[in-house]
Design a protein around this ligand. Structure first.
Ligand SMILES: *Cc1c(COP(=O)(O)O)cnc(C)c1O
Length: 236
C-alpha cells in the first residue's frame, strides 16, 4: 500500500514538472528529476527505480555508498551527490556518481581533478553558489565565484573537467514566490560566468519540493525533489 502511494507521488511530481515546463515554453524532457532519497529506506529507492526513476540523489557520501552497494544489481541507476563532499570521501564516491551538484570550493575541484581516472561514470559537475547568502549553506558567493572564475576555468580546461553548470539552494522551506529571485540570480550568474570564461554552463540545478515550478520557469535543468515524493509514507 505504502509503495503505491510512492508511485502516485512520483507520477504527480512528474506531471507538475511537465506542466511547469510547458507553461514556460520548454519541454518536459529539458528537465531531469533527481529523486532525493536521503534518510529513506533503500526499498523506496528500489521502488523508484522499478517505476523508471533512474536519477537518484543523496546528500551524504556514506549513505550513498551503502545504498549503491545494496543496489548493485540496478545497472540503470544514475547517482547524484547533492550534498557537501569532503576530499577524504572522494576516492569511494567518484566511481559511483553520475553527477556532483555541490562542488563548493576551488580546492575540492582541484582534488576531483587529481582523481578523475576514478570517475568512470561522472558526466557532470556543478558548482554550488549561495545566491541567497544564508549562513548555513556551502558554496561560493556571487562575488567570490566571479573573482575565482579564471582559476576555475584554467583548472577545467587543463584537466578536461566536465563542468556543466551551477547549483543553488534557494532556502529551506521556501515556496515558489520567495525562491524565485534566487533562481533568477543563478541564471544571470551562469551567463556572466560564460561571458567571462567562455565556458558554457548549460545545467542549472535548482528547485526542491516547495519551489521547483519556479525553478523550471527560470530555466532549471535539474530539480532535486525529496519530500514531495515521500508524502504520506512512513519509514518502516
Ligand atoms: C534534501 C535536499 C533536497 C530535497 O529537498 P525537499 O525539500 O525534500 O524536496 C534538495 N537539495 C538538497 C541540497 C537537499 O539537501
Amino acid at each position: 500500500m505504502e509503495l503505491e502511494r510512492l508511485t502516485e507521488n512520483l507520477n504527480l511530481v512528474r506531471e507538475r514538472i511537465s506542466r511547469a515546463a510547458l507553461s514556460s515554453g520548454r519541454s518536459a524532457s529539458d528537465v531531469t528529476l533527481v529523486a532525493v532519497t536521503k534518510r529513506t529506506p533503500v526499498e523506496w529507492a528500489r521502488h523508484l527505480l522499478n517505476a523508471g526513476q533512474h536519477n537518484l540523489g543523496e546528500n551524504y557520501p556514506q549513505e550513498l555508498w551503502t545504498k549503491a552497494d545494496s543496489l548493485l544489481d540496478q545497472v540503470q541507476i544514475q547517482w547524484h551527490l547533492i550534498g557537501h563532499l569532503q576530499s577524504n570521501k572522494l576516492k569511494r564516491t567518484l566511481p559511483l556518481v553520475h553527477m556532483i551538484h555541490g562542488v563548493d570550493s576551488l580546492r575540492l575541484l582541484a582534488a576531483i581533478a587529481d582523481l578523475m581516472p576514478l570517475a568512470q561514470n561522472l558526466q557532470s559537475l556543478c558548482l554550488q553558489v549561495n545566491v541567497s547568502e544564508e549562513e548555513s549553506k556551502h558554496g561560493w558567493t556571487e562575488q567570490s565565484i566571479l573573482a575565482e572564475a579564471d582559476a576555475i576555468a584554467e583548472l577545467v580546461l587543463h584537466k578536461s573537467l566536465p563542468l556543466t553548470g551551477f547549483m543553488t539552494i534557494a532556502g529551506w522551506g521556501t515556496d515558489c514566490q520567495t525562491a524565485r529571485p534566487a533562481f533568477v540570480r543563478l541564471r544571470g550568474l551562469a551567463e556572466s560566468f560564460k561571458a567571462r570564461t567562455g565556458i558554457a554552463l548549460n545545467d542549472l540545478s535548482m528547485g526542491m519540493s516547495g519551489d521547483f515550478e519556479a525553478a523550471i520557469a527560470e530555466g532549471a535543468t535539474h530539480v532535486r525533489v525529496g519530500s514531495a515524493l515521500f508524502e504520506g509514507l512512513e519509514s518502516p
